[in-house]
Design a protein around this ligand. Structure first.
Ligand SMILES: [Zn+2]
Length: 240
């Protein structure tokens, strides 16, 4: 068992959009780049990723003009892997841009929070937009349903960090340079900059105050914060 892991950010999609889509009540008139990733956790005996990514076509159809950067097959191929080699997918949440490619990961178990799965089956009308494209996957994939914080393997834990969605989970990973946390909510580095508040909740949320509390928790425990859509990681081979 390794003492520390590394994370390989595999950029799948990219889009330009209005900043307040990510930063609650902030950045009006500014645009931001949002990148969609599969995060490969290197150093485990099993092949483990966080999220599957989703299609640019779906993002564009729903009003976020996006482009595909690479397919999951090509992204994992660069690491000498196939989608079917992946044993475990930790799902930060079930909005389509994190889960839509699930079918490609034929042999994986998908770790999800119970609250998120329940919500995805019956989302509020305001959030249906994000969950409709994945409805047909909910009875198809092999879920490992958990409730609350849990150790997945030694050095990799999930933390229930709700607010963006009801069962968003962040992934805490032990690295050589301290604790890295992949946020369970859609944000970029700007969300963690000191501004009006010490953190800025995601523009999309079911509960902004709960999201704020979850973000503060992540900020406190992480030596390395990995915001789920931060574009600068697309140029990084590995973290740390
Ligand atoms: Zn997202």
């Amino acid at each position: 068992m390794p003492s520390a892991y590394r994370i390989r950010p595999l950029a799948i999609t990219e889009l330009e959009g209005p900043m307040p889509g990510l930063t609650y009540l902030s950045g009006f008139g500014e645009t931001a780049t949002f990148t969609g990733y599969i995060w490969y956790i290197e150093g485990s005996e099993e092949n483990m990723v966080v999220d599957t990514g989703g299609k640019a076509e779906t993002l564009s159809m729903l009003g976020f003009p996006a482009k595909d950067m690479q397919s999951p097959e090509d992204a994992l191929g660069r690491l000498g892997l196939k989608c079917e080699d992946i044993d475990t997918v930790i799902l930060t949440h079930l909005m389509f841009d994190h889960f839509e490619y699930a079918r490609k990961f034929k042999n994986a178990k998908f770790i999800v929070q119970k609250e998120e799965l329940d919500y995805a089956r019956n989302p509020h009308p305001l959030m249906q937009y994000f969950y409709m494209p994945i409805q047909n996957l909910l009875d198809e994939v092999n879920f490992d349903i958990i409730e609350g914080d849990k150790e997945i393997i030694k050095g990799v834990n999930v933390l229930l960090t709700p607010g963006h969605s009801p069962g968003s989970q962040s992934v805490k990973i032990k690295t050589e340079k301290g604790i890295a946390v992949i946020t369970g909510f859609c944000c970029i580095k700007e969300n963690f900059k000191e501004g009006i508040w010490p953190v800025t909740p995601p523009g999309i949320h079911v509960n902004a105050t709960q999201a704020y509390d979850s973000m503060l928790e992540v900020k406190e425990i992480a030596d390395i914060i990995i915001p789920l859509h931060e574009p600068t990681f697309a140029k990084r081979e590995v973290i740390p």
